[in-house]
Design a protein around this ligand. Sequence first.
Ligand SMILES: *Cc1c(COP(=O)(O)O)cnc(C)c1O
Length: 427
Amino acid sequence: MSKIWYPYAQHKHLSTPLEVTHADGVFLTLSDGHQLIDGISSWWSTIHGYNHPRLNKALTSQLNDFSHVMLGGLTHAPAQNLASCLIDITPEGLNHVFYADSGSVGCEVALKLAIQFWHNKGRSQKTKFLALNRGYHGDTCGVMSVGNPEDDCPSMHRIFSGIMPSQYFVSEPKMGFNADPHQLQADLDQLTQMITQHHDSLAGFILEPIMQGAGGFNFYSPDYLRAAYELCKAHDVLLICDEVATGFGRTGTLFASNHANITPDIMVLGKALTAGYTGHSATLTTSAIFDQFWSDSFQDAFMHGPTFMGNPLACAVAYESIQLFQEEHMLDNIKCIDSHLQSALLSFEHDHVIDTRVLGAVGVIEVSDARYLKGFQDYALRNGVWLRPFDRYLYTTPPYCISLDQLSQVTSTMTQWFSSHHYPHYT
Ligand SMILES: *Cc1c(COP(=O)(O)O)cnc(C)c1O
């Protein structure tokens, strides 16, 4: 019987989780001494690898000063320095930072800010959100309401539908990152129709820019994002870019919004923000939004304040992670990872593989049926690699410090699976 309740798991069928006793660079060391290359950066977060001397130092040095104080009525240099740094590196015009303790809560903050922004402007009928099918914005109730509404992929939300607000959805863009503008027309027509029809009740449009992650690694064109931005502007709908997964280089640019050269009204950062050292998130807004909460009335203020918002340890390590990212030209590493992933995965063919795709430091093999990935995780362990496919997707999101040899070990594990004798043959 498990004392720990593990995530997304049917405990009756859960095999014993592997115990990690040490982690260093790209390697996880297990209690039996085995070393594994982490091919998924602990859910996209540990971008610089584990146990990084500079990140450790930033953390211990802050620890020796103080590890936490409330941000209500108190402030501190780590929170201030990180805010300045985030404002510098995110798209021009994002000038204010609200901290929270996880990506889900960061997105909740984004939704609440959007609704109250319109309320403070005297347009209190704008309380709904538009979202993309197959989107994912976290597991708390507010953001579940803007997550994938369909039942085809692991959708855990249906039984909660009674307590969630109902929102508007459009199909996810279907034509890929390099789609020609004319191929986007059908998706854009649908988006245009939804926005023109419902803008009076819409507070915002929330999406994962360029890459939908948990909903199945759907990569889409910057032209779509750009058009969404223009439509939102034209119809008084706030654009909320959830960059919790895409932020900090994952799609090949520092932020996915950079591909379309846009400044969203609200941007949410999480996961890699602290390089995977601690939970934290940052919700950034423009001054136009901030100013709408600025008045002589307390009623206009934003009533939200997680206990651990702006935690000094989180802020100190996040700040150091960004310095490291820039000093070590991490975008160049990501380019190398991208070209390796392209040459290893894009031409791979197999009867049950329906697509392979790569963007930045994300590589995906999509199979026609989840059963073809059954047993893969154990196979990868025997190859010294930690990968954890979900649904029909076999994917890697490696740490940016991975060497090309190590990356080859990851990608050959992914492709050789299909010719290994462990591969399940269904008729
Ligand atoms: C993981 C994720 C979240 C939720 O972040 P948590 O820290 O797990 O709460 C939100 N949005 C996206 C796009 C994510 O990938």
